[in-house]
Design a binder for this molecule. Structure first.
Ligand SMILES: Cc1cc2nc3c(=O)[nH]c(=O)nc-3n(C[C@H](O)[C@H](O)[C@H](O)COP(=O)(O)O)c2cc1C
Length: 195
C-alpha cells in the first residue's frame, strides 16, 4: 500500500485542525496509509520521508510565508535533495491564516517551489467554489487552486473554521489519495547526486 505523510506545523492548533481533516479525507477510501507528522519532529530525522509516496505540507501563514518552524523543517531536507530521494513523489500544500487573504498564496508558492526543487509532482486543489461562492458553507470559498487555504479568526478556538473549510480539507486529502492511487509507479529511483 502506498503511504502518505501529512507534515504540518501548528503553534495554536488551527493548522493541526485542518491537517486532521486532510488526513481523514486522504484515508477515507483506504487507497493509502496516512500518517500525521509534526514538522519539528520530522526535522530531527528527515530521511524518513524517503519511505513515503506522497507528502502533503501544511503551515500557518506567518508574515506572508511559511512559519519559521516549517522553514527549518524544509531546510533539513538538504541531504534528501542532494541524493534526490524525494524525486517523483507526489506533493501538495495547505495553509491557514487569520485574514481572508493574508498573503496565503505566497506561502503555497514557497511550498510549491520547495517541492519543485526536490523534483516532486505537485497536486493542486481542483474544486470550484460552491454551492454559494464565498459563503461560509462553500467548499474552496477562498478560491485557491494552487493548494488548500483555510481561515480562522485571530484568537479564535482551534476548531473555529467555517464548515466549508473543514469539508475543503477533507476533499483535498481525498483528491490527493485518489491522484496517488492513479499513479502506477512506485517512488522513482534517485537519478544523481549533486555536488
Ligand atoms: C508571527 C505571525 C505572523 C502572522 N502572519 C500572518 C499573515 O501574514 N497573514 C495572516 O492572515 N495571518 C497571519 N498570522 C496569523 C496566523 O496565520 C493564524 O493565527 C493561524 O491560524 C495560526 O495557525 P496555528 O493555530 O496553526 O498556529 C500570523 C501569526 C503570527 C504569530
Amino acid at each position: 500500500m502506498k503511504q502518505i505523510a501529512v507534515i504540518y506545523h501548528s503553534a495554536h492548533g488551527h493548522t493541526e485542525h485542518i491537517a486532521r481533516q486532510v488526513a481523514a479525507g486522504a484515508a477515507s477510501e483506504q487507497l493509502a496509509g496516512v500518517r500525521l507528522l509534526k514538522a519539528e519532529e520530522v526535522a530531527t530525522h528527515p530521511e524518513e520521508l524517503a519511505d513515503f509516496d506522497g507528502l502533503i505540507l501544511g503551515s500557518p501563514t506567518y508574515l506572508g510565508g511559511v512559519s519559521g518552524v516549517f522553514k527549518s523543517f524544509m531546510d533539513k531536507t538538504g541531504g534528501l535533495w542532494r541524493r534526490q530521494q524525494l524525486r517523483g513523489k507526489l506533493a501538495a500544500g495547505f495553509t491557514v491564516s487569520s485574514l481572508p487573504s493574508g498573503d496565503k498564496q505566497s506561502t503555497l508558492l514557497s511550498m510549491l517551489v520547495f517541492c519543485m526543487q526536490h523534483g516532486m509532482l505537485w497536486v493542486g486543489n481542483p474544486y470550484l467554489p460552491g454551492p454559494v461562492a464565498g459563503g461560509e458553507a462553500a467548499i474552496n470559498r477562498l478560491g485557491s487552486w494552487t493548494g488548500l487555504m483555510a481561515q480562522a479568526g485571530h484568537n479564535a478556538p482551534a476548531d473555529a473554521f467555517p464548515d466549508g473549510d473543514r469539508e475543503s480539507g477533507w476533499l483535498f486529502g481525498r483528491h490527493f489519495a485518489r491522484t496517488l492511487a492513479r499513479l502506477g509507479a512506485e517512488t522513482a529511483e534517485p537519478t544523481g547526486v549533486a555536488a
